[in-house]
Design a protein around this ligand. Structure first.
Ligand SMILES: [Zn+2]
Ligand SMILES: [Zn+2]
Length: 170
């Protein structure tokens, strides 16, 4: 780490995952600004999660998440509160303004993982999701128009669809 100063203020132009690990830097934070973070290197994955826990944590129909190994992430201002939503899983939020910030847990081969809610990034345009997970818990009235793979639970199983589902009343 530490080779980060060149890309301060970078926006959507650069290609993610192009092998220039360390050159990429992403920053973000909560609504009130009490908590700020930065992440280094290309993200491991960017995805939509449709699970009930993410829905409850955020109040959103679905969430976009971008994941990093925990050792690629640091808080640069303040520190979030963390709610333990299940054994080994934390969900961070700003204790001042309530902004939900992360899913945190075991990334298996990658070790400890932090996934930031893409909407808390300073440049969320950079983090277009590549897949949907927990699609089986999707709200029947909600989908997105992309052709990304939709996994019922996780990507270790083949996707159940590559297109938006019809709404029940359609
Ligand atoms: Zn805040
Ligand atoms: Zn989820």
């Amino acid at each position: 780490m530490g080779e980060d100063s060149e890309t301060v203020g970078a926006t959507g132009a650069e290609a993610a995952g192009d092998g220039t690990a360390g050159a990429e830097r992403a920053t973000g934070g909560c609504l009130c600004g009490a908590v700020r973070y930065e992440a280094h290197g290309p993200p491991l994955a960017t995805l939509y999660c449709h699970c009930t826990s993410c829905r409850k944590h955020t109040g959103a129909a679905a969430v976009a998440l971008v994941g990093y190994r925990r050792d690629r992430v640091r808080y640069t201002k303040g520190a979030p509160a963390v709610y333990a939503s299940s054994p080994g899983v934390g969900r961070a939020f700003c204790a001042d303004c309530g902004t939900p910030l992360t899913w945190e847990g075991d990334g298996e081969d990658e070790g400890p993982l932090i996934e930031f809610l893409v909407g808390t990034m300073d440049a969320p345009e950079r983090f277009a999701p590549a897949r949907h997970i927990h699609y089986g818990e999707r709200l029947a009235w909600f989908d997105t128009t992309d052709r990304l793979p939709r996994h019922a639970v996780w990507e270790d199983e083949p996707p159940v669809a590559h297109a938006p589902a019809a709404r029940p009343e359609d």
